[in-house]
Ligand binder design. Structure first.
Ligand code: SF4
Length: 169
């Protein structure tokens, strides 16, 4: 304990300053918030569904909720149940094991519902295309409203994609 305190006195604050400096995120986020307030007068709720991704897309999506991006301040909330969701955010090549689960999730999501496809895998299977275990993406299975390309897309690309969806609906 003494060593920890000595170290704290010597090096002072070791964490990164959270003062936000990414102007692009701020501009996109403020526009997003404006459109969500106008259309919904509440937050926009998203249920994330991993349909067999390598998890790199999830890492980028998770980053949206860290203190740096802090997406909730722009009116976006991730929910645990599709029953409370306005949109499904889907990643992965859609493994055959996940096909029925995805269709069930789509069924129980209330209308109107929006489909956000994140990552190259969702389009045609990406790097896993034509594997015996995948259905080569979701585009011919669900009505995709917005596609966010990338392998994986960066958080700012996902925010930009969300704004495009909000501009459409
Ligand atoms: S698009 Fe790329 S990063 Fe995302 S799940 Fe597929 S392989 Fe992984």
């Amino acid at each position: 304990m003494i060593d920890v305190l000595k170290c704290a006195c010597k090096y002072k604050i070791m964490t990164e300053d959270l003062k936000f400096s990414d102007e692009k995120v701020e501009v996109l986020g403020k526009e997003l918030k404006k459109r969500i307030d106008k259309k919904f007068q509440r937050s926009f709720f998203i249920r994330e569904v991993d349909c067999g991704s390598c998890n790199a897309c999830e890492v980028e999506i998770n980053a949206l909720n860290n203190p740096y991006y802090n997406l909730e301040r722009f009116g976006i909330s991730f929910v645990a149940s599709p029953k409370f969701a306005d949109a499904l955010m889907i990643t992965g090549a859609l493994t055959k094991n996940m096909y029925d689960a995805l269709m069930n999730v789509y069924e129980i999501t209330p209308n109107p519902k929006y489909i956000i496809a994140v990552g190259d895998c969702t389009k045609d299977g990406g790097d896993f295309k034509d594997s015996y275990a995948v259905c080569n993406g979701i585009f011919d299975k669900l009505p995709v409203d917005i596609y966010i390309p990338g392998c994986p897309p960066e958080p700012v690309d996902i925010i930009s994609g969300l704004l495009k969806l909000l501009q459409k609906i």
